[in-house]
Design a protein around this ligand. Structure first.
Ligand code: G3P
Length: 226
């Protein structure tokens, strides 16, 4: 029997890089959209929260928030609720990114509230153990990213391929419906191909695209083996 593999996902986290300030997020989202339309590959974009509405209303690719907070609508001054993210037109959200950590119990609440708002969920984890625990909340994706490799020049697929295989195995023990992504230092089509060969269903990356002088060329290279 052929094993079920979901369509590969490439998620671009814009973070809070200077390149995406002052209109940069929308420009980059449009470049991602053009590559997605040209190649047929699902490219998801994660602009800064302040640009969620603008970007969601301007591009056809799925837009994800970089974060949601575990609050329902109401008295929650300054927090980002899943409901308001949905109202901006976003399709989903990252949760517990390495640069925006929250306790495990809060991760579950964020996933639950996001599901109630019909948001797709991508829970980030530092290692296979945390990925397995996070899979218990049944998000759509778990993304494993070793913090020490984030923003660096060596791809996780080269520096620590075992973490990807271990995560795929650990998550599969919990649920067959949670897909695994990997990230940290991913920059090229070879990195993406290696990730897929190690069992991942796609990649989550940032600096390789956002800080590039030619994001379109990087994106085309990233998806060339998918
Ligand atoms: O969210 C993506 C991330 O943390 C990896 O960043 O710059 O290593 O691709 P980067």
């Amino acid at each position: 029997m052929t094993e079920y593999r979901p369509k590969p996902a490439v998620i671009i986290n814009f973070k809070a890089y200077r390149e995406v300030e002052r209109g940069g997020a929308l420009n980059l989202a449009k470049i991602c959209e053009s590559v997605s339309l040209e190649t047929g590959i699902a490219i998801y974009v994660c602009p800064p929260t302040v640009d969620l509405g603008l970007v969601s209303g301007s591009v056809s690719v799925p837009v994800l928030s970089q974060n949601v907070d575990p609050y329902a609508s109401g008295s929650a001054t300054g927090w980002v609720t899943p409901s308001m993210v949905k109202g901006c037109g976003a399709a989903g959200t990252l949760i517990n990114h390495s640069e925006h950590k929250i306790p495990m119990s809060r991760i579950g609440e964020c996933v639950e509230l996001s599901k109630c708002s019909e948001l797709m969920t991508v829970v980030c984890a530092d290692n296979a153990h945390a990925a397995k625990q996070s899979a218990g909340f049944r998000p759509d994706f778990v993304a494993v990213e070793p913090p020490e490799l984030i923003g660096g020049d060596t791809s996780v697929t080269v520096a620590n391929p075992a973490i990807i295989e271990d995560t795929v195995e650990a998550v599969r023990e919990v649920s067959g419906s949670v897909s695994v992504l990997c990230g940290a230092g991913v920059k090229t089509g070879e990195d993406v191909r290696a990730a897929m060969e190690l069992g991942a269903s796609g990649v989550l990356l940032a600096s390789g695209v956002v800080k590039s002088k030619d994001p379109k060329a990087v994106l085309l290279d990233l998806v060339k083996y998918l």
